[in-house]
Design a protein around this ligand. Structure first.
Ligand code: HEM
Length: 401
């Protein structure tokens, strides 16, 4: 809601998308509604922060050491009451740490996620996608594509990579779902963290006795990883690695169903899969709240100064629609060159699981389109409910074929 016009305008954050345009970022984040390189925003507690929305600025600030990713830095934008109250009550995961603390933990995981490891997993991902589709088709439509396809594919793959027993998926997904929310009840959030911590600590003890080659298996046998640190990494990987892929799969299918000519291109040409997935990642930019940072020094952005100690949100969604970088950026075009999109962020915190997410989407989306050529929505588009949360998605996607 605007308070003033022109450059004095302050919007409420997070803003809502426009009715009828569920794939587009909220109009309030757009530069045309607020001239200048930044948008001023008010958070839930009345504090102000600055949204950076254009491609060039977002990309350069994602790698700028004058901005801190440390959630404890003065002015760091805490986006909800429960996230604010949680501060100091739970171990900070490395996505919200800087420099040495961040790099130490990130490095421990690099080996488990490097492109080669994911390339080795491709045949297994293909098998998981095929088997999941067999069951989905056999059970018959109309059916919910989120529960019947997106969730089982993403969870089977991440569970195998991390070394989590699939029989515990109900428990693990319930609690990681809470952790993925922007503003769950503090009690529920703390209970989810405690349950996952206890589970992962027990699992690590078990893996120390019978080591395996999974990500958590290898972490468990390292002398330099404290139990609390292992649990914190496990919680982050499960949350960041599962629900993002689910949302991207379901929204990717929905975007293709709404753009049938594009879907036909993908169905007809297997070589288009890699580029198509990049374009869908750009177009949907599901981390809709953006990347939070705190300014450690004054930063001048084309004459607008962000002061040290102020909160900044680097808006991946608008950066990825910037017409200067992606002409006609509001159009989904699976054939465009979209390599430099920012959907996985950029710089020291860029997504650690991007190779895995790409592999899953590159296999899941074309396979689904080819095996179910008559795939269509089983409910009017206008009745779909979108989650306006940390990550954008649909809770249910009823389809028929
Ligand atoms: C970080 C997006 C899938 C693990 C990030 C960030 C983004 C992102 C934008 C940076 C966030 C920030 O700095 O605040 C996505 C999207 C995905 C996806 C769009 C799916 C389409 C995955 C998967 C995994 C994963 C499958 C794990 C297997 C991580 C981790 C980080 C991260 C561990 C933190 C990296 C660090 O701070 O150094 N992701 N992600 N993500 N992602 Fe992903």
């Amino acid at each position: 809601i605007s308070e003033a016009t022109g450059s004095d305008r302050v919007i409420d954050f997070p803003a809502l998308r426009a009715a009828g345009c569920p794939f587009d970022p909220p109009p309030d984040y757009r530069q045309e509604s607020c001239p200048g390189p930044v948008v001023r925003a008010r958070l839930w507690d009345g504090s102000l922060c600055t949204l950076v929305t254009g491609y060039e600025h977002v990309r350069s600030l994602l790698g700028d050491r004058r901005l801190s990713a440390d959630v404890r830095a003065p002015g760091f934008p805490l986006l909800s009451r429960s996230r604010h109250e949680l501060l100091g009550r739970s171990t900070v995961s490395f996505i919200r740490l800087d420099d040495a603390e961040h790099v130490r933990q990130r490095r421990m995981l690099m080996g488990g996620f490097i492109a080669r490891r994911v390339e080795e997993m491709r045949p297994r991902i293909r098998q998981v996608v095929d088997e999941t589709l067999d069951v989905f088709v056999e059970e018959g439509g109309p059916a919910d594509l989120v529960a019947g396809f997106a969730v089982p594919v993403a969870s089977r793959v991440i569970f195998e990579l991390l070394g989590l027993p699939y029989e515990d998926h109900g428990f693990l997904l319930e609690h990681s779902r809470v952790m993925s929310r922007l503003d769950p009840d503090l009690d529920v959030l703390e209970a989810a963290i405690a349950a996952l911590t206890e589970y992962l600590t027990d699992l690590a003890a078990h893996k120390r006795r019978s080591p395996d080659e999974s990500v958590l298996g290898r972490l468990a046998t390292r002398e330099d990883v404290a139990a609390e640190e292992l649990a914190s990494m496990g919680r982050l990987l499960l949350t960041a690695g599962h629900w993002t892929t689910v949302d991207m799969t379901a929204l990717g299918v929905l975007a293709l169903l709404r753009h049938p000519v594009q879907a036909d291109l993908l169905r007809a040409d297997g070589d288009l899969a890699a580029g198509a997935v990049e374009e869908l990642l750009r177009y949907l930019s599901i981390l809709q709240i953006g990347v939070p940072r705190a300014a450690l020094e004054d930063i001048d952005i084309d004459g607008t100064v962000i002061r040290a100690g102020e909160g900044v949100m680097l808006m991946l969604s608008t950066a990825n629609r910037d017409a200067g970088m992606f002409p006609n950026g509001d159009r989904l075009d699976l054939t465009r060159d979209t390599r430099h999109h920012l959907a996985f962020s950029f710089g020291p915190h860029q997504c650690l699981g991007q190779a895995l997410a790409r592999a899953e989407l590159q296999i899941a989306l074309p396979t689904l389109l080819r095996r179910l050529p008559g795939l269509r929505l089983a409910t009017p588009f206008e009745e779909l409910r979108f989650q306006e949360d940390m990550v954008y998605g649909v809770d249910r996607l009823p389809v028929a074929w």
